[in-house]
Design a protein around this ligand. Structure first.
Ligand code: 26Y
Length: 823
């Protein structure tokens, strides 16, 4: 009897080849001779997706049958990155597939590079959501990620004459093989209108909301498979559609264009991601996006719940909803509305369920970044929710009065409504009262939350506060991005570290083994060479992977992240060379990458400055290639993957007290880069872990920053008393780097000299001295390698698996549910 493996599930090379050709023909309608590279990519993606489906369906079935508690991660952003390579790794079929496509005359890495990533987020917060989805699946935690299917994600960045240019991100252009629309699970969302009260048949006082428009939410599901497990969770992203393709009323009275217009209007809701990572005050469409996806998701959860339960009494026992910052915090009011107005619950019980369901993660310490909505806008879009928020507030302030009987100032401090000027709804306050747990994303961040931003709430309910230091997934950020390192580690300690990252500790003894150090250095050289080739190809700049220190600064461009402090150091080194061209200097390659919000003038000017300084430094014959400055355009998940492995030095130089956590800092150090950094965000814990002798610390501490500010910080004093600094600043102002327009960088220089909100000048000397220590250390290659190994070996706790275990235990109270692979 002949046994034929199913073409949709088999994983031996022959079956994979057959499945690949089959998909190319039947799903893409092509045969190899006329197929494009994208056709081949799509055929392979479908082949891999087929192999996910059994696990995915079994997981969903298991959850439904067993009344298990499910984590619902609420996030307006997800940066899941390209899916093909990751899914191959998680299915453990990389080698078979590599061979299969090779036998078809194709190269796997080329096909993997063909994928266009869904850029459905801005930066750290969106990427964190993706790492957490990966870890939940890997740990067999039942989870749904709820979010928005933006038609246009974060813009693509091009660099023209040194300036950032934004290009629309048409990521769906060639189709998305990973998602499945579930039109049968469509829900309706109301907007605008008014409310009215009435007495129901039992003579109970009730309120109803009569929206003046409705929009349909259509879910698009993407499977998120765990690493070497049968659990495949769902990322469910909502797309807005018009309720009917025609508004017949309008059509009947002849307003055809008006009807089509309305359709466009509804669909606008999920059209585009706002490319800011700080609130753009008062954009109605942004509030519509937030409410839209949260309402869709809560209705979806309620429907799921009622499929197996009689009522919603135990909703909070079967769902844990995590608010990824305040963006989805309108969910507190929406769940109250659904429970009371739609499902007949009384206030008290509805409130109990709501608080039990939600928990809130804060991601920012910048007070100007706290979300608020003007009452006018809020009330016209969500009249019923505003009433509910007033009632939450009335009851809450009543508690405050009891708690602080003689302090009226407390009332205005705590109120969900900011009444200091124009009136606003404070979303962080809503999230705090509506949640049973509140967490920061690094030790220092949580401490500062308790002391500053959320101080009152901490005094009131200290038991709600907990820290959950961020983590990153080793599957993407080591195994996928750095195969060379993966192989080297595994050759020594086996591969258990991929799911138990603490085991990297076992590398520590090898730090003293000269053979291992050699192998480590060669590996580093190899990945640096890989990046050097990309840079040559992409930017046309030749860099030296062998002797030059790769000094890398990649993240969103922001004044608080201080990319321009890095530039001050580059110019300082340049000046040393100009004064003494034969100076013995450690060669460095400065690599930058990151997007600026399109409306953030200063951030865009910083990009221009980096490129302008690069232009001068890279082409000055006196420099003799010892300094190179590179700006990698269009920094995103895909383009970041070759970057982290190649770093010798990771720049984590934000003003202390400003960066909530950072996660790039973790990716670098895990890949064996040393960090130059301030005591900010998770840097503090990274330094504790790797040991202070293996971390380059500089700069003011958070409390020194506030102290210096309250004593009246004067940047001019630093400028006038520091010759090297003065020279650098004067060169920028005089137009040395902008010969065609000498005043180009004046706004930047003025902001440093007259305000310097982020204390660059105060930290300058400390930074330069520290960089000099870095260079000296790099001369001793052997010891540098030792430190590099120790960084990797001691970074295990920064796995997102560890973070997710903590969330499960301390906040969600959910358990792992193993999934069996049988039909
Ligand atoms: C309100 C809206 C425009 C908005 C959109 C995105 C506001 C903020 C954001 C994104 C914030 C963000 O990415 N924060 C980062 O979160 C990371 C994960 O916790 C932290 O590591 C990082 O320090 C923090 O800046």
């Amino acid at each position: 009897q002949i046994q034929i493996e199913d073409d949709r599930t088999g994983i031996d090379v022959q079956t994979l080849k057959r499945a690949f050709s089959d998909n190319l023909f039947y799903a893409l309608g092509k045969f190899p001779e006329i197929a494009t590279k994208n056709d081949f990519y799509m055929a392979l993606a479908y082949t891999v997706r087929d192999r996910l489906l059994r696990r995915w369906l079994n997981s969903q079935e298991t959850y439904l049958k067993q009344d298990v508690k499910i984590v619902c991660y609420f996030s307006a952003e997800y940066l899941i990155g390209p899916q093909l390579g990751k899914n191959l790794i998680n299915l453990a079929i990389v080698e078979q597939v590599r061979q299969a496509v090779e036998e078809c005359g194709l190269n796997l890495d080329d096909l993997i590079e063909q994928e266009e990533e869904p850029g459905l987020g801005n930066g750290g917060l969106g990427r964190l959501a993706a790492c957490y989805m990966d870890s939940m699946a890997t740990l067999n935690i039942p989870a749904i990620g709820y979010g928005i299917r933006y038609e246009f994600g974060i813009f693509d960045q091009e660099i023209c004459e040194g300036w950032q240019v934004e290009i629309t991100d048409k990521w769906l252009r060639y189709g998305n093989p990973w998602e499945i629309p579930r039109t049968e699970a469509t829900v309706e969302v109301g907007l605008g209108g008014y409310t009215e009260s009435f007495y129901d048949e039992n003579n109970r006082y009730r309120v109803r909301w009569l929206p003046d428009r409705t929009v349909k939410g259509v879910p698009y599901d993407t499977p998120i498979l765990g690493y070497k497990t049968n659990t495949a969770n769902t990322l469910r992203l909502w797309k807005a559609e018009a309720p009917e393709s025609f508004n017949f009323q309008a059509f009947n009275v002849g307003d055809y264009y008006g009807a089509v217009n309305e359709k466009t209007y509804s669909e606008n809701i999920t059209k585009v991601l706002y490319p800011n990572d700080e609130p753009i005050q008062g954009k109605q469409l942004r509030l519509e996006q937030q409410f839209f996806f949260v309402s869709c998701s809560l209705q979806d959860m309620i429907r799921l719940h009622l499929a197996t339960q009689e009522n919603l009494d135990n909703f909070g026992e079967l769902f844990a909803a995590q608010l990824n910052d305040t963006h989805p915090s309108i969910g507190v009011a929406e769940l109250m509305r659904l429970l009371m107005d739609v499902h007949d619950y009384e206030w008290e019980q509805a409130w109990e369920i709501t608080q039990k369901t939600f928990a809130y993660t804060n991601h920012t310490l910048l007070p100007e970044a706290l979300e608020k909505w003007s009452l006018g806008l809020f009330g016209s879009l969500l009249p019923r929710h505003l009433e509910i928020i007033y009632e939450i507030n009335r009851r809450f302030l009543h508690e405050i009065r009891t708690h602080y009987p003689n302090d009226v100032s407390k009332l205005s401090n705590f109120s969900l409504i900011d009444e200091t000027g124009e009136k606003y709804v404070r979303m962080a306050h809503l999230a705090c009262v509506g949640s049973h747990a509140i967490n920061g994303v690094a030790d220092l961040h949580t401490q500062l939350l308790k002391q500053d931003v959320l101080r009152g709430f901490y005094e009131l309910f200290p038991e709600k506060f907990t820290n959950k230091t961020n983590g990153v997934t080793p599957r993407r950020w080591i195994v996928l991005s750095n195969p060379e390192l993966t192989e080297l580690i595994t050759s020594k300690i086996g591969d258990n570290w991929i799911t138990h990252l603490e085991e990297l500790q076992q590398l520590e003894p090898f730090a003293d083994d000269p053979n291992f150090r050699n192998a480590w250095r060669q590996m580093k050289q190899q990945v640096k060479t890989r990046l050097a080739r990309r840079i040559e190809k992409r930017c046309g700049i030749t860099v030296d992977p062998n002797y030059s220190l790769f000094d890398i600064h990649v993240k969103r461009i922001h004044e608080y992240k201080r990319q321009h402090l890095n530039v001050l150091h580059i110019i300082t080194l340049y000046n040393r060379i100009k004064k003494n061209p034969n100076i013995d200097i450690v060669p460095r390659t400065f690599i930058f990458g990151g997007k600026a919000a399109p409306s953030y003038f200063m951030a865009k000017l910083i990009i221009k400055l980096i490129n302008s300084v690069g232009e001068v430094v890279n082409n000055d014959p006196d420099v003799r290639g010892r300094l190179k400055v590179v700006f990698i355009p269009d920094y995103n998940v895909t383009n970041s993957q070759p970057v982290y492995p190649a770093a010798d030095l990771s720049e984590q130089i934000s003003t202390a007290g400003k960066e909530a956590s950072g996660t790039g800092n973790m990716k670098f150090s895990l890949n064996g880069a040393l960090t130059i950094g301030t005591l900010d965000g998770a840097n503090v814990e990274i330094r504790q872990q790797v040991g202070e002798e293996n971390f380059f610390l500089f700069g003011l501490k958070a409390e020194e920053v506030s102290q210096m500010k309250s004593q009246g910080y004067n940047p001019w004093e630093f400028y006038s008393s520091n010759e090297a600094l003065r020279e650098v600043i004067d060169q920028i102002s005089s137009g040395l780097f902008s010969p065609e327009e000498s005043n180009l960088f004046k706004p930047l220089v003025d902001s440093l000299l007259y305000h310097d909100e982020y204390m660059l000048l105060a930290d300058y000397q400390s930074y330069i001295d520290c960089q000099d220590r870095v260079s000296e250390a790099f001369r001793d290659w052997d010891n540098w390698t030792r430190m590099s190994i120790l960084n990797t070996a001691r970074m295990g706790i920064f796995s997102s698996d560890r973070a997710i275990r903590e969330y499960c235990q301390d906040i969600w109270n959910v358990q792992a549910v193993p999934v069996k692979l049988e039909d």
